[in-house]
Design a binder for this molecule. Structure first.
Ligand code: DP6
Length: 420
């Protein structure tokens, strides 16, 4: 190791997206290695709206590995963090920074400690797959700092050991996590099915649903499903393999009707598996069910799907509209039934606000003036559910992890080696 031993700090910063599964991962065949019982398929969400940013710093003056999440120090003692750190360190290679006069040999990495600071640009408590973005970003940033030379498939299999769904956040666009067959998990990796530009018409609206209930974590929930649900066994062996090939074809040919049918069916089956678990797990609530009804009724009235819905281990709805026109009509419907309670419109609809303008919604008065959706004309008077949705996020399909080279974006101070 060269350079002024006690003084230097070397850092890397990267940003990674979150993702939403359209064919769900639910159930592990190996808990330690995080190997799934079936393949899954996801879309990566635009990191401008939903992502984790992570800085990893290394210095001979650091006495132990430490991590801060959203400004608060958290423990790194968990097996999942340790597995990711170990796997990256094992692959670390020599690094030379001529400008700073730093040279780290391959064997030095074992002795050096890291400081990690990570930040989500969306509320962690909202239940929006923060662990997927977080572990993908941790692995990607560590790999960049430590000059790891592995391909993205290999990085995805390391991110997988942090959180299963994180392996799919290593790529942008459309992604498949192949369950693999090997006992050591070497072939349980994510692959990119298509770039984010492949199907850029799609628009995503997320309804963050208010909920006071503390949900069962995915990890615990899927363990209980594996132990008790016969439906999960049937789903993994019989349903998902066909569905994954059909989904790949729907994505390849940009066939929205098939994409929507498969996405909705798979979300519903995943929640049916949760109900089939003993004791049953309820992730969706009345608001989630109302949103499903709204979409189903509208899709049926159009004769062809306009929007697909999918729900993870919580009540939030992720709605994928086939184009901007459908997204504006969707937003009008959502705001008709779920108008803001106290917030103004700009803090109620976050992300890409241009869809609000296209929907002709500039003010609360515009929302109040919205007519009831025509397909629901038999349902007079129309009930409103103000307060049941905390906020909406309008977004799109986005790109994979990226290194941020501007030092101002680093979350750790190069002088103190601590979070800024
Ligand atoms: C419902 O990846 O959070 O979102 O591997 O135990 O960390 P662990 O679970 P996690 O589970 C995600 C489950 C899901 C479906 C999906 O993302 O495919």
């Amino acid at each position: 190791m060269a350079g002024d031993l006690q003084s230097w700090v070397l850092m890397a910063t990267a940003r990674s997206p979150t993702n939403i599964a359209v064919i769900k991962y639910w159930g592990k065949r190996d808990e330690e290695l995080i190997l799934p019982v079936n393949d899954s398929v996801s879309v990566t969400l635009d990191p401008d709206h939903l992502s984790a940013t992570t800085t990893v710093a290394v210095s001979p003056s650091f006495e132990q590995d430490r991590m801060w999440l959203n400004g608060k120090e958290i423990s790194l003692s968990g097996g999942r963090f340790q597995n990711c750190l170990r796997e990256i360190r094992r692959r670390a290679r020599a690094v030379e920074d001529e400008k700073k006069g730093i040279r780290i040999q391959e064997e030095d990495w074992e002795k050096l400690h890291v400081h990690i600071a990570s930040f989500n640009n969306f509320p962690t408590a909202a239940g929006l797959a923060s662990s997927a973005a977080g572990f993908a970003c941790l692995v990607f940033t560590l790999a960049k700092l430590m000059n790891v030379n592995e391909d993205y498939g290999e990085l995805s299999s390391i991110a997988r050991q942090g959180s299963g769904s994180a392996c799919r956040s290593i790529y942008g666009g459309f992604v498949k996590w192949a369950m693999g067959n090997n006992a050591n998990g070497s072939d349980s990796i994510a692959i990119q099915l298509a770039y984010e530009t492949h199907w850029s018409d799609l628009v995503i609206v997320i309804a963050v649903v208010s909920s006071k209930q503390k949900e069962t974590s995915s990890t615990t929930g899927m363990r209980e499903s594996v132990e008790t649900s016969k439906l999960l066994e049937y789903r993994a062996k019989t349903v998902v393999p066909t569905r994954v090939s059909e989904m790949e074809e729907a994505i390849r040919s940009r066939d929205f009707a098939s994409f929507a049918r498969l996405t909705c069916a798979d979300s519903n089956q995943f929640h049916a598996v949760c109900l089939d678990t003993s004791p049953p797990i309820f992730y969706m609530n009345d608001t989630s069910h109302r949103i499903i009804n709204l979409v189903e009724r509208w899709n049926r009235s159009e004769g062809t799907p306009q929007v697909a819905y999918t729900f993870d281990a919580g009540p939030n709805a992720v709605l994928i509209a086939q184009n901007r026109k459908a997204a504006t009509l969707l937003l009008q419907r959502l705001l008709f039934y779920f108008p803001p309670q106290d917030n103004d419109l700009t803090s109620y609809v976050l992300g890409d606000k241009s869809i609000l303008n296209e929907a002709g919604l500039q003010s609360l008065e515009d929302v109040e003036a919205l007519p009831p959706p025509p397909e629901n004309k038999d349902k007079v008077p129309h009930k409103k559910f103000s307060g049941d949705v905390s906020y909406f996020i309008c977004t799109r399909i986005g790109s994979g992890p990226k290194l941020l080279t501007d030092e101002n974006q680093a979350l750790i101070s190069p002088v103190s080696g601590l979070p800024k």
